[in-house]
Design a protein around this ligand. Structure first.
Ligand code: S3P
Length: 439
């Protein structure tokens, strides 16, 4: 049996100080993937040493890539070139990581070997047809369970994939990236059209590795005519991890926090825009560009929040931040309404149901809907909630304690290590009264 971690968080407190949260998860995954396929040696700094990104790293080691590190966020990848991956001797186990599984399914469809992708219980329940169907249209051969879930058995079709023009039915950076990676091995042109802008780290990093990729409006186009040239990557801090403290400092009177070196790619900053619409006091300081990604320091000072109707256009730009935004809504004056976010139901957990259940236990009026939630702001009580193995749910309820009247106990917090190792220690440094029980 693996260990079980419970967070116990005492009510109240303020957040104060300066921190650098760990590296961006999306960019860390992609640095390993593209670094492995490049010609030459890629040095990565600021790499996220957390289970999800390490699952990607291990998968590439299993496919014969020599990777040194990570050590203090530094990774050296000895690229094998676009056609240099080797058949793995075992199934590739990707843990909790949807990004690893969906992006790898595209990349592995065009290889000269077969592979099997597996994951933990949560990942094995997540929908994979969103990638296997368009990949099949390109000529890929992937077997899933009857429900369209992992394990994915991929029969490599080197030289046989054909480019398609695909319009995604949902706004998904994982689906877009999967098809772009498959497109690097397909005959002709592959284009992916997105219904709304989603994170564009794959496109930016491909360009950083000198691989031709074109954007025309909401369409991204790639072909197999290109090679990746090794480069150095400085991974900024993850705005999705910074989000916990953006909300924490916004709801706890007297708080004043500086979050250093945070990635502020405009496809990721929905959380800042939504909090500002709610009345948050967030300043974006010292803006700069690091390795093709915009970076800044975020200064957040307590400010009373008010409820809003969240603009649907911001939903894909804040897709991972809704658990903690629901906590902000619970502390705001008036009603907050989220719509157009049905994707939340198929994340690491059903984030609409799990957050509504937990907020109700804490005495908050939270009504789940098919595609969002309606929350009446007010007071937060205390009690015991379950994260259902979802890292962002666990951290969100820990932050809620800043405004709770009694302590909050959160069960099932092991998976915080998938995205934010050291959360407890950083949160303590800033002033959250959080303790951990390991059973
Ligand atoms: C990610 C894309 C998003 C996000 C996930 C990471 C990525 O998923 O929720 O945490 O790195 O491409 P979808 O593309 O499924 O929305």
């Amino acid at each position: 049996m693996s260990k079980s971690i419970t967070f116990k968080v005492q009510p109240g407190g303020t957040l104060h100080g300066e921190v650098r949260v760990p590296g961006d998860k999306s960019i860390s995954h992609r640095s390993i993937m593209l670094g492995s396929l490049a010609d030459g040696t890629t040095h990565v700094t600021g790499f996220l040493e957390a289970e999800d990104a390490l699952a990607t790293l291990q998968a590439f080691k299993d496919m014969g890539v020599v990777i040194e590190g990570p050590e203090n966020g530094q990774v050296t990848i000895h690229g094998v070139g676009k056609h240099g991956l080797k058949a793995p001797a075992r199934d590739l186990y990707l843990g909790n990581s949807g990004t690893s599984m969906r992006l790898l399914s595209g990349l592995l469809s065009g290889q000269a070997f077969d592979s099997v992708l597996t994951g933990d219980k949560s990942l094995s329940g997540r929908p994979m047809k969103r990638v296997t169907e368009p990949l099949a249209a390109m000529g890929a051969d992937i077997k899933t369970t009857e429900q369209g879930t992992a394990p994915l058995r991929i029969f490599g079709r080197a030289g046989q994939l054909k480019g398609i023009d695909y319009t995604m039915p949902m706004a998904s950076a994982q689906v877009k990236s999967c098809l772009l990676l498959a497109g690097m091995y397909a005959q002709g042109k592959t284009s992916v059209t997105e219904p709304a802008p989603t994170r564009d780290h794959t496109e930016r990093m491909l360009a950083g590795f000198a691989y031709p990729v074109k954007r025309e409006g909401n369409k991204v186009i790639i072909t197999a005519d290109g090679q990746l040239k090794a480069t150095d990557i400085d991974v900024p801090s993850d705005i999705s991890s910074a989000a916990f403290f953006l909300v924490g400092a916004s709801i706890a009177p007297g708080s004043d926090v500086l979050l250093k070196h945070v990635g502020i790619n405009p496809t990721r900053t929905g959380v800042v825009d939504i909090l500002k619409l709610m009345g948050a006091n967030i300043e974006i300081l010292n803006q700069r560009e690091v390795g093709g990604e915009p970076v800044a320091d975020l200064h957040v000072v307590y400010s009373p929040l008010k409820g809003i109707d969240i603009p649907e256009a911001l939903v894909p730009l804040a897709i991972d931040e809704f658990p903690v935004l629901f906590v902000a809504a619970a502390c705001a004056e008036g009603q907050t309404r989220l719509t157009g976010a049905e994707e939340l139901r198929v994340k690491e957990s059903d984030r609409i149901q799990v957050m509504a259940d937990g907020l109700q236990i804490l005495g908050v009026s939270a009504e789940p809907t098919a595609d969002g939630m309606i929350i009446q702001g007010g007071t937060i009580g205390g009690g015991e909630v379950i994260s259902h193995g979802d890292h962002r749910i666990a951290m969100s309820f820990a932050i809620a304690a800043l405004k709770a009247s009694k302590s909050i106990t959160i069960h099932d917090c092991e998976n915080v290590n998938t995205s934010f190792p050291g959360f407890k220690i950083l949160a303590q440094q800033l002033g959250l009264n959080i303790a951990e029980e390991i059973l």
